[in-house]
Design a protein around this ligand. Sequence first.
Ligand code: NOJ
Length: 576
Amino acid sequence: MSKSYEESRVPDRNPRNLPWWKKTAVYQIYPRSFMDSTGNGIGDISGIILKLDYLQDLGIETIWFSPFFSSPQADHGYDVSNYRNIAPEYGTMADCDRLIQEVHNRAMYVVFDMVLNHTSDKHPWFLESRSSQENPKRDWYIWRDGQKPGGKKPPTNWKAMVGGSGWHYDELTDQWYWAQFLPFQPDLNYRNPDVKREMFDTVRFWLDKGIDGFRLDIINTVFEDEELRNNPFAWRLFPSEDDDKSFFQNKIYTINHPDNFTFVKELRSVMDEYSDPERFLVGEITSSLETLKRYCGEAVSETQTNGLHLTFQFQALNASLDANTFRGIISKYEHYLAEPYMPTWVFSNHDQMRRISKLGNDMDKAKLNVTLQLTARGVPFIYYGEEIGMFNHRFPLKGAQDPVALKYSWLPQFLVNLLTRNGAFSLNRDECRTPMQWDSSANAGICAADMEPWLPVEPRYETINVESEESDPDSLLHCYKDLLRLRRKTPALHSGSINLLDHPTHKSLLTYERNHNEQTVQIWLNFSNRPIQTGEVMDSGALLFSTLRNSNPLQAASIYLEPYQGVVIETQTEGS
Ligand code: NOJ
């Protein structure tokens, strides 16, 4: 019998008493690809409910659902046409209520994906807004005249996040509307108090239903410059993990506008109206750590700030699997995001090439990677299928379901190769959104064998799937399970401080210590393809975890690590 939501709240003996959302591990579900219960090849809410026991057994504490609100699905849910209803292909409001209940019954938390920046162009608000300049909803979106003379040139040079002008001309009313992402995703105008009120009430609507947190889609783009100043030129085509200059623009007037920082604090106050449990916000923002910290606001207590609770750190997404790189990332996180701030660890999501495919589809490297993800200080975000090592599936841009890939499907292949550095990253988001691989039956068990899933299953599903990895104690899946359990029951891992340890003679070794009260846990990670005899004498340590089940790294009172091996050792016990 699983414990109830209430029973699961174990009293915290931490003198600092970290809030639950700082200690949790989050799993992202892309509903379309998770589990189909109706036989149409598209995952749905009832399908997800069927798999909640799997997630509970995996050791997941919090589930983030990519949007399943009403939507024409032009961007698979990131184009919402009703924020208070459910898209029929995913289920009904009753199914959604049941999902929330079923997750809570299993002592887990629910995070919804809030797309505040824009709606679908099929949202009734936008249909009204575009119908005439006098319509009461006109000012709910950002409409401007084109440049003089004639008005047939966009109001500013502002580029959309995905490239091209973000302004779109509407003949009916002879004005342009602004869309930060794709043309069918017009931006809402938060300078209009009715818009803000309506969207904050929508947030309350879901909080009243028991939602424990929100992931905020591109939350750094809510406001733009009111004076319509042009963005300056910048030498950069694509944004990087921590810099949003792109498409040859320094987007100072369209991204990270000063009003955004006030806006997130107002949103935080809405969240703070709710308690027991405390609710949280995690913002999707590509920016420097300094800016990310600014979005989290100022410290208001030992454990809390007054802005976003968390932001995604994308710094690790493309980091090479190398000790020095991660030593650098951890030190930067500790420099900018020490308590009461908290970093996050993100290696994959529904927009990115899967991490394992950046590691040569190598399971041993994936085990090392997740050992770092689940033992370094910060909240880990695990993308569905990452736990079994699902590979990216290569697809051409032509014929893609992903609207961003389609936008660029005219590119000749040699240019695609050049832009993606020969496949080092992906321009087609379908590649990381293929169906979850449950078993080796046709369609990997996501839907009936005679159906066609919405995207083809990754061909190696016959061996890389939940069922076969369940039965193999050496699988990546078991590695995730062991680590998630260990993290949950080890205060040093979920709440402790982190200290990097130096090993000048072993450049491929990354070692750090997590400390909480009297408990000390050390993490040793060998980032090379050669074994390492550290010479470190360790006679009192207890091995808590190893990526290699049958090796004993502590045997000779000194630590010996196999290639790509990671271990967790307790060197001091709480209460000792
Ligand atoms: C970011 C989301 O992660 C992505 O999937 C979506 O297409 C855009 N925002 C637009 O909402």
